[in-house]
Design a protein. Sequence first.
Length: 64
Amino acid sequence: MPSATIEGPKIEDVEIKRVLVKEITDTLEKAYKLPRQVYVVLIKENPPENVGSGGQLILDKKKT
């Protein structure tokens, strides 16, 4: 079964997550031509203290 994983900061609004999952599923369905039920979409939310960029935690970048 095809799957898609989205990693990023927390999305507070569950309605936005619903739309995100639907739109990703729509795109997978167009690409693979398989029934919607076979796709798995995972949203992995990473807090800023667990993500680094350019040698610095995202949490620390927000402070500057």
